[in-house]
Write a protein that binds this ligand. Structure first.
Ligand code: HEC
Ligand code: HEC
Length: 207
């Protein structure tokens, strides 16, 4: 019965040419540019935030941004007092528009990083740590750190060292737990602090 209803709906959608990608709303970057005015003060008008406490959003994929906005709003698995206030009034359509706008921008320059630590981090990023059971980061975040836009895996390349490291620590101590199926928590629990510092430096170097 359910199947028949679904089949019926699908054919209606197919005929009327509606997107069939679940609940995702495709954002409008031009509308998002206007709506992102309230974000630029911290994240930079083009998403290239000027200081490390504010993550860069330039080039970040729309699906990931929409998910984070939703998670900050829910204030359970990713809690941040500043962001909760900023996204309280955004609808999912607003978040999609803003996400489309930031995705259309690009990281303007690599932030400061330690070249020696980045070299050690490259090994982890490219090949993981087999002994400890840490997978290669590039499997999900891409060889160049661009992420996997279609499924909302975040772009990491060119991000500030401090921000990346703070997120890895937050996954490790569980204060950030919005990663579906514990994808990230199950990885960082096997990483040492030095490895996290190293990989954060390598990520910053990827632009
Ligand atoms: C007053 C400063 C401030 C403003 C304004 C602000 N943000 Fe943020 N934003 C932050 C901080 C700080 C973080 C990092 C939170 C954390 O450490 O988890 C953040 C994180 C984010 C993230 C997560 C990035 C990632 O890589 O996971 C997204 C998405 C985001 N903000 C979107 C927005 C949007 C959309 C707006 C405008 C509606 C906005 N922010 C306005 C301070 C701000
Ligand atoms: C199996 C896939 C997978 C692998 C392997 C993986 N990640 Fe992730 N990572 C994710 C997903 C999915 C998210 C987004 C979680 C969410 O929904 O907020 C994420 C989020 C992150 C974030 C937060 C990004 C931000 O903007 O806040 C960082 C940093 C990160 N990963 C670093 C790493 C590092 C370093 C490695 C390798 C040691 C790694 N990841 C390996 C899937 C993966």
């Amino acid at each position: 019965m359910k199947k028949m209803i679904l089949a019926g709906l699908l054919s209606v959608f197919a005929v009327s040419n509606v997107m069939l990608t679940g609940s995702a709303i495709a954002g409008d970057a031009a509308a998002g540019k206007t709506k992102s005015a309230a974000c630029g003060g911290c994240h930079g008008v083009d998403g290239n935030s000027p200081i490390p406490v504010y993550p860069k959003l330039a080039g970040q994929n729309e699906a990931y941004i929409v998910k984070q906005v939703k998670d900050f709003k829910a204030n359970t698995t990713r809690q941040n007092a500043i962001m909760m206030g900023r996204v309280a009034a955004l609808s999912e359509a607003d978040a999609a528009d803003i996400g489309a706008y930031f995705q259309s921008q690009s990281v303007s320059s690599a932030p400061a990083f330690d070249a020696g630590k980045a070299a050690a981090g490259r090994e982890i990023y490219k090949g993981g740590n087999l002994q400890a059971g840490v997978p290669a980061c590039q499997a999900c975040h891409g060889p160049g750190g661009a992420g996997t836009a279609g499924i909302g895996y975040p772009m990491l390349g060119g991000q500030y060292v401090d921000y990346t490291l703070a997120q890895l620590k937050a996954f490790k101590d569980g204060s950030r737990s919005n990663d579906d199926k514990s994808l990230m928590r199950s990885i960082v629990e096997k990483m040492t602090d030095d490895e996290m510092v190293a990989v954060a430096n390598y990520i910053a170097s990827l632009k």
